[in-house]
Design a protein around this ligand. Structure first.
Ligand code: ADP
Ligand code: ZN
Ligand code: ZN
Length: 778
């Protein structure tokens, strides 16, 4: 019996538990009591709701991702089986509909269950309502903000509130609305809220987070006069500001003043009454960059989202982002989902757009930059991608596909010098040493450091590997034993943990974090094991030996994820570096990007080979980026800067190109290689990874999936490679096989993936992961 009438309305709900058979969400009936057509305040897109799920009708949370009539009905369902929404959760703000649409796009493009996607893009502090902030501070809006402001007399009660605020001394403004309510003897907040709504009062949030970042601003920012190159870019994007979507690539060498361009454009957008979303890689959101932005833009309308926040602070910032009116939201990858209301966004900025940290490495495996482009399209506003070493994806889009406008800042900002990059052949360096130790800091770098320190300068040393040493092996080549993690197909890394004057030595797996003792003898032939290879801890030890006085004064600091367990540790260390207490900063890629310290005269790269030897088609690109970015940390004042790059492969093209600071040349040659081998960005790649405790089972499933995929009609226009073990064939006791899918266009790839999903061949979850546009191939 079907008793549907044309007035029954339905909603599609993304429930947190991922049931991927329904990528558009599950279907529910909207009960009359919750139907906005018949009553006020009914269910709307983006609302958080409670629905019954499964046979037991357990209550689960979900988000409304679609609303409609009979057209939502699935033919397979009997109408009377469709369950009803139970209630709307009014304590959580609804997701702006543009964010709902982004989530749907991610779920389909990146092959992720919609429930997992929605849950994955809402900070857990927000989902759980941690430290819900009810505090709102207000001030007189001059001029009144909203077009709805009516000229004429206000309700006397409201006028009294307005007068009360106007009478407050400047030092007491903005005023907390509950204090204001008490001061005006109001029973409720309603008159104040009405004044906010009518635009007479504006909401101000000077949060603790902003205060902290402001305090750590190294010097109060004065706006420099833009150079003619900067002005050209500002004008050109400025003209595009109100003309809908446009995509811009800012290719500006390190220290060319890209941030200045962003700040000026952001200020324009805010002045025009619209909002700005400003994305940065997690690690470069230091108090220095944060402080610089806070100091230059109206920070009562700013939300900052980064990993150093407590759950309550994160929630507070999220709420600031959801306020109406022009504002700027700054944050790492997940800030792309900030709840800026629909239609308010005027500009998106993605700084260091090439950075790998924009890609999320668990479902939903989205790329923050590409989601940002999508958001700009949905919001009809311009987007700027900026980098000194653009990703080949973005370069290709600008140079070959013409879908992005290219702007260039070819020179460093006034007052900066171009660093001299020297490549040092490490094979020749070590033999120069008189003692018989293996040195990681070669004589050229050592001399450069000594000269730099003598001249009062500071230095940055990069090695892209944590720990002490990454080879623990039998010295006997006939035996060939090498210590491996017992859960992964990967070598163990020796770590030294210094504490209480004692050094604890142990081995750790960098993939599953398992730890073991350092063996002294080979388990096969009982010979004493040798420990060799590279690690930041070993470099630190060597630098302390070379510069004992500096070390004794605390002038050397190591920055990697072992030494910096919290964002605040990193921020504190950078503060000491800025004040000159630390003279030598050594670390992993955490220190390679974004830092702007004028006194850095020497930069050293211990081994440019670590990135070059990765089994990944992007190894050259990574090496070029790393060498260019870290070299760019010096020469940020009138003093000359020297970058010393140690390598066993001094003729490697990416290293030579980085030393010449020739990105366009490098990119052109690299794109030719990618084209020849049908690789991204010329072609599109997706990876299906099968994980199973049994090796044979992982392989069998992979074979089966590949066979089924190959049988789909859409498979004819793509290449589906045979299953192969992943470069790291086992992680945390699970064997890993991959199927690579290559397509000439994103549409062809998407067609196959969509069909694979509909036919339940692609079922991302515990056993299978699907990674579309992957950036890491291990
Ligand atoms: P990028 O982001 O391109 O690496 P930054 O924006 O950090 O470069 O700028 C490098 C330095 O140059 C900063 O200290 C900045 O204040 C300064 N700077 C930027 N633009 C100008 C300018 N037009 N005149 C003088 N100094 C500038
Ligand atoms: Zn392991
Ligand atoms: Zn042995």
């Amino acid at each position: 019996m079907t008793t549907t009438s044309d007035t029954t309305r339905y909603a599609r709900i993304a429930v947190e538990r991922g049931i991927d058979r329904y990528p558009d969400g599950l279907l529910y009936r909207i009960p009359i009591a919750l139907d906005g057509v018949k009553g006020i305040g009914g269910v709307a897109l983006g609302d958080h709701v409670t629905v019954p799920l499964g046979r037991s009708n357990s209550r689960v949370n979900g988000v409304v991702v679609g609303i409609g009539g009979d057209e939502l009905l699935d033919k397979k369902f009997a109408v009377d089986q469709v369950k009803s929404i139970l209630e709307i959760d009014r304590t959580s703000d609804p997701m702006p509909s543009v964010v709902v649409r982004l989530a749907q796009w991610i779920a389909s493009y990146y092959c992720a269950p919609i429930g997992v996607t929605i849950a994955g893009i809402t900070p857990s502090a927000v989902r759980k309502g941690v430290g819900r902030i009810q505090k709102i501070a207000v001030d007189i809006a001059t001029p009144p903000e909203s077009a709805t402001t009516k000229v004429g007399r206000l309700h006397p009660k409201r006028q009294a509130v307005l007068d009360a605020v106007a009478l407050l001394p400047q030092s007491q403004r903005p005023v907390d609305i509950d204090e204001l309510r008490a001061a005006c003897s109001l029973g409720t907040r309603a008159p104040i809220l009405a004044l906010i709504k009518s635009g007479h009062l504006h909401v101000t949030h000077r949060t603790s987070v902003q205060a902290k970042w402001r305090a750590s601003t190294i010097e109060e920012a004065r706006a420099p006069e833009p150079t003619s190159d900067q002005s050209k870019m500002i004008e050109s994007v400025g003209e595009a500001l109100n003309l809908g979507f446009s995509q811009h690539l800012l290719f500006g060498v390190t220290g060319s003043g890209k941030t200045e361009v962003y700040l000026r454009l952001a200020a324009r957008v805010l002045a025009a009454g619209r909002s700005v979303l400003y994305l940065v890689p997690e690690i470069s959101l230091t108090p220095q960059t944060g402080g610089r932005i806070v100091a230059r833009l109206p920070n009562d309308r700013m939300a900052i989202l980064h990993s150093g926040l407590t759950a309550a602070q994160r929630h507070e910032q999220w709420i600031v982002a959801s306020h109406t009116g022009p504002k700027i939201v700054i944050g790492a990858r997940s800030a792309v989902f900030a709840p800026i209301a629909d239609g308010e966004l005027g500009l998106i900025i993605v700084d260091e757009e090439h950075d790998q940290s924009y890609k999320q490495d668990q479902a939903p495996r989205y790329h923050g930059r590409d989601v940002a482009i999508r958001r700009a399209q949905l919001s009809a506003c311009p987007i700027i991608l900026g980098s000194a070493t653009p990703s080949l994806e973005s370069w290709f889009n600008a140079k070959k596909r013409g879908i992005s406008q290219l702007h260039q800042l070819p020179n460093r900002a006034p007052g900066l010098t171009t660093p001299r990059v020297e490549i040092v052949d490490f094979r020749k360096e070590t033999v120069l040493r008189r003692d018989r130790r293996v040195h990681l800091v070669g004589p050229t770098l050592e001399v450069a450091l000594r000269q730099g320190f003598a001249a009062g300068g500071q230095a940055i040393i990069l090695l892209n590997r944590r720990g002490y040493a990454n080879w623990i092996a039998c010295p006997d080549q006939n035996c060939g034993w090498m210590m491996q993690c017992s859960h992964c197909e990967a070598g163990m890394v020796v770590h030294h943990d210094v504490g209480d004057g004692k050094t604890l030595k142990f081995t750790r797996c960098h993939h599953c974090h398992a730890e073991q003792k350092v063996p002294s003898r080979c388990p096969r032939c009982a010979k004493a094991v040798t420990i060799f290879g590279l690690g930041t801890q070993r470099v630190e030890e060597e630098l302390e030996r070379l510069f004992p006085d500096l070390a004794a004064r605390g002038g050397i600091a190591r920055v990697d994820s072992d030494s910096m367990t919290q964002a605040s540790d990193f921020h504190e260390t950078l503060g000491r570096f800025a004040r000159g207490e630390i003279r030598l900063l050594l670390g992993t890629q955490m220190i390679a990007k974004g830092l702007d310290f004028p006194n850095v005269q020497v930069v050293g790269v211990i081994s440019a080979d670590t990135a070059l030897n990765l089994p990944d088609f992007r190894a050259s690109e990574r090496t070029f980026q790393l060498v260019s970015q870290v070299s760019g940390r010096c020469g940020r004042s009138a003093q000359a800067g020297r970058a010393i790059i140690q390598t066993f492969q001094p003729d490697a093209e990416p290293i030579l190109a980085a030393a010449r600071q020739d990105f366009p040349g490098f990119a052109q040659r690299e794109l030719e290689v990618r084209e020849r081998y049908g690789l991204p960005p010329v072609h599109r790649l997706a990876r299906v990874i099968i994980r199973h405790e049994q090796q044979s089972e992982a392989e069998r499933i992979a074979e089966q999936v590949r066979g089924k995929l190959a049988g789909i009609p859409a498979a004819k226009s793509v290449i589906i490679r045979d299953p192969a073990p992943c470069p790291i064939a086992r992680i945390a006791d699970r064997w890993r096989f991959q199927i690579e899918i290559l397509a000439q266009t994103p549409a062809k790839l998407q067609e196959l993936l969509a069909a694979g999903r509909t036919l339940a061949i692609l079922t991302p979850g515990e056993i299978m992961a699907v990674d579309v546009d992957p950036v890491a191939l291990l």
